[in-house]
Design a protein around this ligand. Structure first.
Ligand code: DLL
Length: 427
């Protein structure tokens, strides 16, 4: 069943989504006062929801709703039905608390097992799970998925990098789950230990939780001699397991649309955008019990396509996330995301995939300083390199940083636990 649904016709999928949307809206309306108020304000009652297209009539849910209802005001079931709590990994303010019933956990395990299967992992594989265990959804989300798949899971959690490498080698880990920045750190640490990272048994890196550009993926794949498969998810919807690339095509992330209904909207106007146009991803949960979410504004910028994939899966695909709407930089009238800078800079072999962006305010103007690490073997002319990078940034993005500094290999701090930070806003 679970594999059939991945290749169901769009008509079958629509029917299932329509039924599940009806149930979700009714459940939210009846059990969450805030949803009831918002639906009434928008003059929508559960009976108005007939097909999945009616999702567009629903009001958005935002991070502000989570904040206002902290910790459990959005929960739609009684305490005794809740089996697990997690929290989002936000660094400022109160975390978003999320809850799961027994059925929610089962769905989560299933979508994670599906994601791993799509990544080319099977029940004979050993999966090393270097996502952090704890309130963060990465650790236990991957763990449950690997178990449901029947794989052997090694719960290393994050950090302790030398031991991760020894264990990967000694236990023959076929796959590793971790953030993209950590995958690179792992390769670097192996080299420092005198272990050739390409000789490690890892053949799949299931990376996610952070933005990863194409040149960054290539670095991961080359340095570890492995296939890099991106996965996407967020605590508010379930955790990891919302979308994943298939190993057959590695061409966009299949969204598990029987559980999470995607739209892309113009972040300014809130209007849905046509297929292929970039905007903010909005997700509606279609089966969640403990915490149903209606049209959640993820803040993540991406595009959607409904073209059938070479792998035969029929579910919509999203592009890798360009960045969060909040990360948009506006520098002298040019709008851009840090990932666009990464995309250009990492084209150069002379640099490492390690950089930082510092934002300052000077008078009324914003100032952006870019610091990039040089490759270990670099012995060329820095001024020439600077000129080349600046010309390339200008032609690709119509943008140049106020300052571009190159620093020695190893001088930008690595992130061993949690999500990497690339932008430092001093304004
Ligand atoms: O990061 C869930 C997760 C764990 C996904 C492990 C993948 C792997 P949160 O801590 O709630 O949940 O953070 C969610 O992280 O809204 C995105 O901004 C970002 N994010 C997640 N996956 C990707 C990705 C987990 N593949 C927030 N690319 C999301 C870019 C991502 N950003």
């Amino acid at each position: 069943m679970t594999e059939d649904i991945e290749r169901a016709s769009r008509a079958e999928l629509r029917e299932l989504q329509s039924k599940r949307l009806q149930r979700t809206v009714r459940h939210a309306y009846e059990n969450v006062p805030r949803y009831r108020e918002k639906l009434e304000e928008a003059s929508v009652s559960p009976e108005d929801v007939e097909t999945i297209d009616d999702v567009r009539e629903l009001p958005f849910t935002t991070k502000a709703d989570f904040r206002a209802e902290y910790p459990d005001g959005l929960f739609a079931v009684d305490d005794e039905e809740i089996r697990r709590i997690h929290a989002s990994s936000g660094t400022t303010g109160k975390p978003k608390i999320v809850a799961y019933t027994a059925d929610d956990l089962e769905v989560w395990n299933e979508v994670m097992a599906r994601s791993m299967r799509a990544a080319g992992i099977d029940s004979n594989d050993t999966v090393q799970n270097a996502y952090g265990y704890g309130l963060f959804t990465g650790g236990l989300g991957f763990h449950g998925g690997a178990e449901a798949l029947g794989a052997n899971v090694v719960p290393t959690s994050s950090g302790n990098t030398q031991r991760q490498i020894e264990l990967a080698r000694d236990l023959g880990s076929d796959a590793i789950g971790c953030t993209p920045s950590y995958a690179l750190y792992l390769a670097e640490t192996a080299e420092e230990m005198g272990v050739d990272p390409r000789e490690l048994p890892i053949s799949t890196v299931l990376y996610g939780a952070e933005t990863c550009t194409e040149p960054m993926r290539e670095e991961i794949e080359t340095r570890l001699d492995a296939t890099g498969i991106e996965n996407y998810g967020l605590s508010e919807l379930i955790g990891p397991g919302v979308a994943v690339e298939c190993h057959e095509a590695q061409d966009g992330l299949h969204i598990w649309e029987d559980h999470f209904y995607p739209e892309v909207i113009d972040p300014e106007t809130g209007e849905p955008l046509p297929e292929g146009e970039e905007g903010e991803l909005v997700l509606t949960s279609l089966s969640k019990e403990a915490l149903p979410v209606l049209r959640y504004r993820t803040g993540d910028m991406t595009t959607l396509t409904y073209e059938e994939c070479a792998c035969g899966r029929t579910m919509a695909r999203m592009d890798g996330v360009t960045g969060r709407a909040d990360d948009l930089l506006i520098v002298r009238g040019v709008n851009l995301y840090p990932s666009q800078i990464e995309d250009v800079v990492l084209e150069f072999d002379a640099v490492e995939p390690q950089y930082r962006i510092d934002l300052h305010r000077e008078g009324n103007l914003d100032r952006l300083d870019l610091t990039v690490e040089l490759a270990e073997e670099f012995d060329g002319d820095r001024d020439e390199l600077r000129e080349d990078v600046l010309v390339r940034l200008e032609s690709a993005l119509s943008f140049t940083p106020d300052e571009l500094e190159f620093v020695e290999y190893g001088s930008i701090e690595r992130t061993e636990v949690g999500k990497v930070k690339r932008v430092y806003d001093h304004r």
